[in-house]
Design a protein around this ligand. Structure first.
Ligand code: GLN
Length: 528
């Protein structure tokens, strides 16, 4: 097995995750099998407890692992099978070591960063190794030189020594800032970031230069010389308008050839057509459509990352461009609803936790339901759709989720453990992939074209089965249920397209395989 370690330099938010995913995608075009793993130097055990305001979305895997959003890029770009082993944080490493220390496993030794922490990191790299994988791509979070990242860089250096330097490529993604006053692209920050790595015993083989301007031959030569990277390894990674352009862009720069040659890997021929097709679909689009996303993290590009991507995939499938209007649920009031949602052909309410903005979301849902505007509610969005329906269609005054009103007279959404006669689905948070039986003749069935699907969950509260009959009598329909009886999806009978799902369909959408619910949601909005 060969290994590519992707590090970042100069600043964060360089698109390291996208670069790693795109390299994986390219190698798959050559017929190789890749795996992807993320190492995060923060001390949280996983991002499950981190606010999306700080860390962007929590991406959930089939096995229920709550991971960094970069794993979403990995799944959208490649066929790599990801499990909790593919997401490692310093918190996990230290937790393991400290537990072993308390158990007395270290037999009187002093427990130290080297070798104990570095050994544990290397062990995690090996544990993620899978039979049949040709190239394992590992991305290190943070920026070269960060204090927290040091043990990880040291572990990567040792790892290369252990498995043989020829089996490892160090790829460094660095920013080349453009100074408008001087009309110049500057190489110094990249040089210094590479110097930091070299001081730690890591010589990058590939230098991926994030830049808004084309690099001249002179700059490439300079980077090669000062960073000690072969000329063919200096790669220009230009800003692009679509992330799905990155694999072809890197191919044009010869990244894949460089990797294959460095590893002496036989592969090919290279078939880029899946990515060319996506680009073609992107450029063929004519109609433009406005969709409202009503949430509380709308100022953050990353907080609903997978939802934005899945919407884009749906739009690709329908041949239109989306203008996603981000509506802050906290400022939505009865008076502003009409104005803010006026031109939107569809309304989406995504998942979320906590009280803030709940009333605004309920207003948006009522607006969608009463005016026949296509609606997709995800997780919290589905729960609030049930609350709204209960209050205004089923006559259940004061209905709510007990998450927001523990004393509500009508707890239409309540924690699983409060509900009798239902399958016991384990701990307090339902996490990961669960089966869902699709009701015949439902909108879900039309979308999926199947009787059973698996979707990923991340929530504590559920549809309260005690209100099922009452809500159905008022015109709610059940689109899908867990085999144990829990309601997983609701629809509204006399509405063109109103769907709420307890799960997160956005996590399984790919550009080549748009999720059927996002596709049908966009299609319904187009018909409006
Ligand atoms: N807060 C809700 C719950 O815990 C919804 C969670 C979500 O939208 N992911 O059930």
């Amino acid at each position: 097995m060969r290994h590519i370690f992707v590090t970042g330099g100069v600043v964060s938010s360089l698109g390291k995750g996208l670069t790693a995913a795109s390299i994986g995608a390219l190698l798959e075009c050559w017929g190789l099998r890749v795996s992807l793993q993320k190492l995060d130097p923060y001390l949280n055990v996983d991002p499950g407890t981190m606010s999306p305001f700080q860390h962007g979305e929590v991406y959930v895997l089939d096995d229920g692992a709550e991971t960094d959003l970069d794993l979403g890029h990995y799944e959208r770009f490649t066929h790599a099978r990801l499990t909790r082993r593919n997401s490692v944080s310093a918190g996990q490493i230290y937790e393991t070591i400290l537990r072993r220390e308390r158990r007395g496993d270290f037999l009187g030794q002093t427990v130290q960063v080297i070798p104990h922490v570095t050994d544990e990191i290397k062990d995690r790299l090996h544990r993620a190794e899978e039979d049949g994988v040709d190239v394992a791509i590992v991305e290190l979070g943070g920026t070269a030189g960060d204090m927290e990242g040091m043990p990880f860089l040291e572990a990567l250096r040792q790892f290369a020594l252990d498995v043989g330097r020829a089996n490892v490529l160090f790829a460094h993604v660095a920013l080349l800032p453009y100074l408008r006053m001087a009309d110049e692209v500057k190489t110094k920050p990249a040089q210094q970031s590479v110097a930091t790595l070299r001081a730690l015993g890591i010589q990058p083989d590939l230098l991926l230069c994030r830049t808004e301007k084309h690099l001249t031959g002179e700059i490439r030569k300079k980077l090669s010389l000062f960073c000690n990277v072969p000329a063919a390894g200096v790669i220009q990674e230009l800003d692009v308008t679509s992330i799905y352009a990155v694999p072809a862009l890197l191919h044009g720069e010869g990244v894949d050839r460089f990797i294959l040659d460095s590893f002496s890997l036989e592969a090919g021929p290279c078939d880029l057509s899946p990515w060319e097709r996506v680009r073609e679909m992107e450029s063929r689009r004519r109609r433009q459509l406005a969709i409202a996303l009503v949430g509380k993290y709308i100022d953050l590009q990353d907080a609903y990352k997978s939802v934005y991507e899945a919407l884009e995939h749906g739009a690709l499938a329908c041949g239109c461009r989306l203008d996603v209007v981000r509506v802050d649920s906290e400022i939505l009031t009865g008076d502003s609803v009409l104005g803010l949602l006026k031109d939107c052909a569809g309304i989406l309410v995504p998942g979320g936790f906590g009280n803030r903005g709940i009333d605004g979301k309920l207003l948006a849902i009522r607006h969608a339901r009463e005016r026949g505007i296509p609606f997709l509610g995800i997780c919290l969005g589905m729960q609030l759709a049930v609350v709204e329906f209960a209050r205004h269609r089923a006559g259940l005054d004061g209905a709510h989720s007990t998450e927001f009103d523990p004393a509500t007279p009508h707890p239409v959404i309540a924690p699983m453990e409060d509900q009798k006669n239902l399958a016991n689905l384990g701990g307090s948070m339902r996490l990961g992939s669960y089966p869902c039986r699709i009701a015949p003749r439902s909108l879900l069935h039309r979308a999926y074209g199947r009787d059973e699907v698996r979707e990923r969950h991340r929530h504590r509260y559920e549809f309260n089965g005690a209100y099922r009959e009452r809500l159905l009598d008022s015109g709610l329909a059940i689109g899908g249920t867990h085999p144990g009886g829990l309601v997983e999806a609701v629809e509204v009978e006399d509405h063109p397209w109103f769907v709420g799902v307890q799960f997160h369909p956005e996590f399984q959408s790919k550009p080549h395989r748009p999720h059927p619910l996002f596709r049908d949601f966009v299609a319904a909005a187009l018909r409006r």
